[in-house]
Ligand binder design. Structure first.
Ligand SMILES: [Zn+2]
Length: 219
């Protein structure tokens, strides 16, 4: 009798283990989700800089890694740019506005579930560090997405930044008809963080954490 009981418990345990492995590894939690990744700046506008390091380039490198991660999880990813260019109309008088307008159009027409705008921060006080999520509240849900991603980043990177609502300080975000957030992935003004942000391995880690946060939001 004891033997049979032991056998039953063992079978139960094996079944649970297999089920867990299946749930963790063999399913694609982002299947059916379309996510737009918007690497900030590009072309004429290189964003924040430190010596010869430019935000636009790093935004793109990080965005491509987030794209890879999200696709691995079954998501469909649309990028607003895939090279170091901006989206302005040739000969547009207001290049920056034209760039924003075309990004807005692209994101709004993508029939997407979520957008992630990828940026890097810079601040006069070099001691500031850590990724920070910004959101506009044209969708109530945006604050929730921001909180989940911020918690995931803080927990994994041992940082303490807090989400921040942005009003009409940014031309683009309130005009988007898709839920989403702006991720400032770190501070170029902080020596330690800047060194990390230049490394592919750290960029990949950021991408994995962001992807995990998105999965948590949808689960
Ligand atoms: Zn930026």
């Amino acid at each position: 009798m004891k033997r049979i009981l032991f056998l039953l418990v063992t079978i139960c345990f094996i079944t649970l283990t297999i089920f867990k492995v299946d749930a963790n590894n063999l399913t694609f939690p982002l299947i059916g989700k379309t996510i737009v990744i918007d690497p900030g700046h590009g072309g004429l506008d290189q964003g924040a800089s430190y010596q010869d390091i430019f935000e636009a380039e790093l935004n793109l490198e990080i965005s491509i890694k987030i794209k890879d991660e999200l696709e691995k999880q079954g998501g469909i990813v649309i990028m607003t740019r895939e090279g170091n260019y901006d989206l302005s109309r040739p000969n547009a008088i207001y290049r920056k506005k034209s760039d924003f307008d075309n990004r807005i159009k692209l994101i709004n027409n993508a029939d997407a579930d979520l957008y992630l705008s990828i940026h890097l921060n810079k601040y006069p006080n070099a001691s500031y560090y850590g990724p920070q999520i910004f959101y506009v509240d044209n969708y109530k849900e945006n604050k929730n997405i921001a909180e989940i991603l911020q918690r995931e980043l803080n927990d994994n990177l041992n940082t303490k930044r807090q989400i921040k609502r942005i009003g009409n300080a940014y031309y683009m975000y309130e005009k988007l008809n898709v839920k989403g957030v702006l991720i400032e992935c770190g501070f170029l003004s902080n020596t330690k963080e800047r060194t990390s942000l230049l490394k592919g391995e750290y960029q990949k880690e950021l991408a994995r954490i962001i992807s995990k946060g998105i999965i948590k939001y949808y689960s």
